[in-house]
Design a protein around this ligand. Structure first.
Ligand SMILES: C[S@@+](CC[C@H](N)C(=O)[O-])C[C@H]1O[C@@H](n2cnc3c(N)ncnc32)[C@H](O)[C@@H]1O
Length: 319
């Protein structure tokens, strides 16, 4: 899926369902034997199914379990992957439920896992989902509608200092204190309910005129908190370590420097303890051609590791 620059929905370019770094993902997950590779690949972030389609086309003997926490997204993915018939299973699940989803389809030999972290353009482009500071919508931002806490709950309920920390640490917003103060002053008059009202208060607090909208980092921080993206990433990495067979590969595409640092740390620690072979010393980024075709790919960072198991694969065996 083409990436949106965080919550830049409604911006100049319309979304194209083009997966980021797809050729690289296929090359790494296909290992050295795309035609012979057998077993299950898990696409933990199915989105509209762009990466899954590329993987299924290039690796003729694998089966694919596609997961997404967003039921609306799953409908698109099912349609896009229908031509692959029984080679594909689609389930609604979060990374933290990856093991249960594998059990549910009876998958054992997991040879590859892909996590393409973040929101999809289908979500960012839909004003009603509340991710956009360009198009008015409810201040929601839940990818999984069964989550209880919305962005409005955070904006209206958290202390000023907690909001400032959130914007700084999860969004990299250096004017976080000023913005948090403006939010708290404004919500005394009326609680925030809509995305544009929040974007407006942020713009008044810090001014416009930069390359990106002044609300970009705050919206990113709120999205990460609402969807507990940090904890989910850790759960996804742990599940990959538990489920991949010896030599099985984990590919993670992140869009946020904090996430990339987390993935780097995870692989480095695993490598120092003999559990992972790191296949990308530096993150793989989009080449010139992809950057020209898909400007959102400019922020994508891909890291890949191969699982090392000294003993027999714990969950290895038949597919
Ligand atoms: C960037 S999009 C993936 C696009 C996809 N690779 C494609 O080619 O179309 C990320 C997707 O992952 C889902 N997602 C994000 N975090 C998740 C999590 N913790 N568990 C399950 N799905 C998640 C989102 O709902 C979104 O649909």
């Amino acid at each position: 899926m083409e990436r949106r620059n965080e919550s830049g929905a409604g911006g100049a370019s319309r979304s194209v369902h083009e997966p980021v770094l797809a050729a690289e993902v296929v090359r790494f997950l296909g290992a050295d034997s795309p035609n012979e590779l057998e077993g299950w690949i898990v696409d933990g972030t199915l989105g509209a199914g762009g990466h899954s389609r590329a993987l299924l086309a290039a690796l003729p003997r694998v089966q694919l379990l596609g997961l997404d926490q967003d039921p609306e997204i799953l409908a698109h993915a099912r349609e896009n992957l229908a031509p692959f018939g029984r080679r594909v299973q689609v389930r609604r699940a979060r990374f933290s439920q990856l093991g249960a989803a594998l059990d549910a389809v009876g998958a054992r030999r997991v040879v590859g896992i892909l996590l393409d972290i973040g929101a999809s353009s289908l979500q960012l482009d839909s004003a009603g989902r509340g991710f956009s500071f360009h198009a008015d919508g409810p201040l929601d931002m839940r990818m999984d509608p069964e989550r209880e806490r919305t962005a409005a709950d955070i904006v209206n309920g958290w202390d000023e200092s907690d909001l400032a920390d959130l914007f700084f640490y999860e969004g990299g917003e250096t004017r976080s204190r000023k913005i948090a103060r403006a939010i708290v002053e404004s919500r005394r008059r009326a609680p925030f309910q809509r995305t544009l009202a929040l974007a407006d208060v942020i713009e008044r607090a810090v001014g416009g005129g930069g390359k990106t909208h002044p609300a970009t980092r705050v919206f990113q921080a709120l999205r990460r908190a609402v969807n507990e993206e940090g904890d989910e990433l850790l759960a996804g990495l742990a599940a990959a370590e538990e489920w991949l067979v010896d030599g099985g590969r984990l590919a993670v595409i992140s869009f946020h420097s904090g996430e990339d640092a987390e993935v780097k740390r995870f692989f480095a620690q695993g490598a120092s303890e003999g559990r992972w072979d790191v296949l990308t010393r530096k993150p793989v980024t989009a080449g010139r051609e992809e950057l020209l075709r898909n400007r959102r790919s400019r922020s994508a960072l891909l890291r890949v590791g191969a699982r090392i198991r000294r003993a027999q694969p714990v969950r290895g065996g038949g597919a």
